[in-house]
Ligand binder design. Structure first.
Ligand SMILES: [Zn+2]
Ligand SMILES: [Zn+2]
Length: 229
């Protein structure tokens, strides 16, 4: 079946994410847009994923747990998972390597953790948008080892993309899929996402993936297939 997706959406936990981008608002906006599946991908954390997954379950939207990891070179890598437990393992690893700089909410924005009723259950104190200690050379194998898929994010952008930072696409890094809004010279399968930081930026039902079932398992299997696994 054909499933419309947007695998790169930020919530209010990302300092740069809008305060209105709560789990319920994101899921409802995705449904209004006609999407079947989304991934919630905050900077260097997956802590709003449980709420978004629960809201998605209630409302008939598949939500994949994800994060947008910042490598030590300041490259953004979208890390997609089928299971939240696996994403948590990546987050634990990342926590150990991350630079600890206190967030200044008045400058960078708040980093709120919400439950499935959009109630604030915590606030991340360390700034989430700083580089981790995980290098671009190790990230693909590391994420795959935890059961996920590492996708270089927005490779066509001038900031924080693998091409912008390294100067060219290095196939030796082990990536099997790229995220890019436009046609690219990179010779790998491509996904197109919104990288929405505001609700209205979430994708329309334009980009689809062919999956066996409309479930996290079905979508993840489809992504693995796209990767050639
Ligand atoms: Zn990014
Ligand atoms: Zn992003």
């Amino acid at each position: 079946m054909k499933l419309f997706y947007d695998f790169h959406i930020h919530s209010c936990l990302s300092p740069c994410g809008d305060e209105e981008s709560t789990p319920n608002n994101i899921v409802n906006m995705a449904l209004i847009k006609g999407l079947n599946v989304i991934a919630l991908s905050d900077h260097n954390t997956g802590k709003n994923c449980p709420a978004a997954i629960a809201v998605g379950k209630k409302n008939g939207l598949v939500v994949l747990p994800a994060m947008e990891l910042t490598t030590s070179e300041d490259i953004h890598v979208l890390c997609l998972f089928e299971r939240y437990e696996d994403l948590q393992k990546l987050e634990e690893r990342l926590q150990k390597t991350r630079f600890r700089i206190k967030n200044k909410p008045e400058i960078f924005g708040r980093q709120r953790i919400l439950n499935e009723n959009d109630e604030v259950i915590g606030e991340e104190e360390d700034l989430l948008i700083v580089s981790s200690g995980i290098s671009v050379e190790e990230v693909a194998a590391l994420v795959e080892g935890f059961g996920g898929i590492a996708v270089p994010a927005h490779v066509d952008k001038a900031a924080n993309s693998v091409i912008a930072v390294l100067g060219a696409f290095d196939y030796g890094l082990g990536f099997k899929l790229v995220e890019c809004a436009h046609e690219t010279d990179v010779n790998l399968p491509r996904i197109v996402d919104s990288d929405a930081h505001y609700l209205w930026d979430i994708s329309e039902a334009e980009h689809s993936i062919e999956a066996e079932t409309c479930s996290a398992h079905g979508v993840f299997a489809a992504l693995k297939k796209l990767c050639g696994d």
